[in-house]
Ligand binder design. Structure first.
Ligand SMILES: Nc1ncnc2c1ncn2[C@@H]1O[C@H](COP(=O)(O)OP(=O)(O)OP(=O)(O)O)[C@@H](O)[C@H]1O
Ligand SMILES: [Mg+2]
Length: 248
């Protein structure tokens, strides 16, 4: 089992869109895949239409030691399950802070027999949950818009991981919402490796088909297969898959 966190301190940078499309491609290639929506905003759950279903609150995992399997829902796609989120996730941090060890790692390892790939859609915060996720994941993808501030935030993330003894070798930028008509986006996309020392694992253009995921409530490949946005996510999945294989 491999765990991939989609994480950035910054909000609104395409984390959820990335998590949803990667989970879709992972499952499409036959890997038993779980998408865990860890954000109380529940956007990933909403895309898969699981937000209205009856759910157990995540706090039960910590307080009542309910098995994680009871939180898992089927998605409309074969090989793809989802743990949806809800507002109770806003209390998860406090609960985790009062618990010894790394419960997130324990929950994930319990799923190792069932899933080959687990994708975590993380909230934009630096919290106990984020630190446990960063520590327990095999790879961390940081969606980032190619601008000064985003790259500065990426460096901050490296610093925080370093301080906490978490290897930055597992952290990779994914450039998102790239608008090549903008000089800054072109420059930062082309010089990413020089500017932050890592080659991006993917380049996702600004694309209205990706925005339309909200309208169709589905991954972009389901309704706009030929879209450049879909192609970009396919290429990202291919690169991610190669990295995952290198790590096994
Ligand atoms: N490549 C893209 N092109 C155009 N729109 C995009 C692209 N990626 C994401 N969006 C849109 O931008 C908005 C934010 O995207 P998303 O929800 O994936 O970001 P996020 O980082 O998960 O946000 P949050 O921090 O609030 O969880 C959404 O409306 C989404 O449809
Ligand atoms: Mg999100």
């Amino acid at each position: 089992m491999k765990v991939v966190a989609i994480y950035n301190l910054k909000g609104g940078v395409g984390k959820t869109a990335t998590a949803v499309n990667l989970a879709y491609y992972s499952a499409g290639q036959g890997y038993r895949t779980l998408l865990w929506d860890l954000d109380a905003q529940a956007a990933a759950s909403w895309y898969f239409n699981t937000s209205q279903k009856k759910k157990l609150k995540v706090t039960k995992l910590v307080k009542d030691k309910v098995p994680l399997s009871e939180l898992i829902h089927e998605s409309p796609f074969s090989n793809l399950d989802i743990i949806p989120s809800d507002l109770s996730y806003r209390n998860l941090d406090v609960l985790l802070s009062n618990t010894k060890g790394n419960p997130v790692r324990q929950w994930l390892s319990a799923l190792g027999e069932i899933y080959q790939v687990i994708i975590l859609d993380c909230p934009p915060s630096l919290s106990e949950l984020a630190l446990e996720v960063l520590s327990a994941s095999d790879l961390v993808l940081a969606p980032a818009v190619p601008t000064h501030l985003s790259f500065e935030t990426y460096r901050n993330m490296e610093e925080i991981m370093g301080e906490k003894g978490i290897s930055i070798d597992k952290l990779f930028p994914v450039l998102t919402m790239i608008d090549r008509r903008k000089n800054l986006h072109r420059e930062f996309s082309d010089k990413c490796q020089k500017l932050i020392g890592k080659r991006p694992l993917g380049y996702i253009p600004y694309c209205s088909d990706i925005e339309k995921m909200g309208e169709y409530r589905a991954p972009v490949g389901e309704f706009a297969f030929r879209s450049v946005g879909n192609l970009a996510y396919q290429l990202l999945w291919d690169n991610l898959n190669k990295k995952l294989k290198q790590r096994s």
